[in-house]
Design a protein around this ligand. Sequence first.
Ligand code: AHR
Length: 543
Amino acid sequence: MTNSNLSPDKRESGWAARLVVTLSFLAAAISAQAQPPANSGPVALVVHDRQAGPTISRDIFGQFAEHLGTGIYGGVWVGEDSDIPNVRGMRTDVVSALRALRVPNVRWPGGCFADEYHWRDGIGPRAQRPVTLNPNWGGVTESNHFGTHEFFDFVEQIGSEAFVSVNVATGSPQEAASWLEYMTATQPTNLVRERTANGRERPYNIRFLGLGNETWGCGGAMTAAHYVEEMKSYARFARNFNPAQTGANAMRRIAVGPDGQSTAYTEAVMEAWKNKVWSWDIEGLSLHFYTVGGWPPRYNSFQFGEREYAALIADTLTLDRLIRTHAEIMDRHDPEKRVGLYVDEWGVWLAPLPDTNPGFLAQQNTMRDAVIAALNLNIFARHADRVRGANIAQMVNVLQAMILTDGPRMVLTPTYHVFHMYLPFQNATFVPLELDAGTYTQGDVTLPRLDAVAARDAEGALWLAVTNLDPERAAQVDIDVDGMDVASASGQVLTAPRVDAHNTFDAAETVRPREISVQARGGALRLDLPGKSVTVVRLNGTR
Ligand code: AHR
């Protein structure tokens, strides 16, 4: 949705979310008053290495690339004739930075854009493709030069997989079915011949298929009951014919799910799934959650202070309760947890940068966003039993981006660095921990001071990620691992002098991770965590 045209739904759910935050702060503030001032000495953190939780799916590190602003055009696609170095039109600097992130999947073409996208506009010789409008995002023209073949080329260049959203709002089950046949079939049908003539003989691999986008809002403002009836047809007829996509490699269908606190979609989709007949199925339910601090987005993306920092961190932490709410409903209908929850849009949504088209959703990315990214990833990891995927909004130049570009120039954001630091958590096994988190108070906002997750990777190495939310006070954390004599920790820390510190094209390394290595002394391992920092370390020792 455009930030000037937000649905009442979204505004109401924003208010509801803020009420929950306010109430929880009141509760936290009252309990904080009742306690002596804490947080001065070292903090105890115990990792229960003997216990194993669920796998943290690498799909929670998914990305989202919508036809919006310069997210695709300029950010990813510059065209084969551009002076900017590119491979078949994809800029090489961006591709190489994304390859290093091992992006598991990319959601495309939207978002609200997908609700009006017709795939035939984006195939065939580029010079003959129609020029259409992008009414959702700035009312600009859409060249359709980045279409199906370009998307899959991009995904393959960065070593990722496709998450394709079909158009349920202004499309039809037939249009979606034809697109799927075009992309995935192998028999010599007319559509497969057309794909081959357009340059691709082998079928494409589609990891996820989104059955619509925000059909409660920009995708048609449908009631949950109406959507469920539509969704069944798409789940039935948008078939994947790729012979390689069977068993564990089968395409997962993701139904539209809740808008924030409203549980109507969760109840309706899960109820229908529980009572479904053989002819349709889904493997996932979508949830969209933005850190925004109230609609329309008004928080600055740079030049802000600690008050704005704390307010948006508080908003982020409401995601945990939100996931619990929807997971409880899913548990009732699906106790075996066969349907995953996919937070396929998340991130911080801020006021547009001055002198930009407000429909382009261009914003800076600061140390605050890095902390917010880490907190979101920690929440997903703690809910790994149900949360099987997530897609940050968005990949390049839009909202909480990994990468910003300006003509030939590119800069990596603090959020990019967090995703890079968290690589060891991809498909790792969740390991429970106990942490005396303490509190951090700013004005009337009280938050946990620390947040942490631990996981064991496929080689058995133990990893710990700790965020110090307090922007001013460093924390010392004494680490004890149940089941291991810890000898050392090594990894990276990301911090910055100010909460609004960010990287620019002229100063690209203001916020960047630095290496750390700590030895245990007398059998104890102490980590020093600077204020407003994200630290990821490998814990070394003998088990
Ligand atoms: O990410 C920007 C927009 O936010 C998406 O297009 C839409 O699905 C959501 O409202």
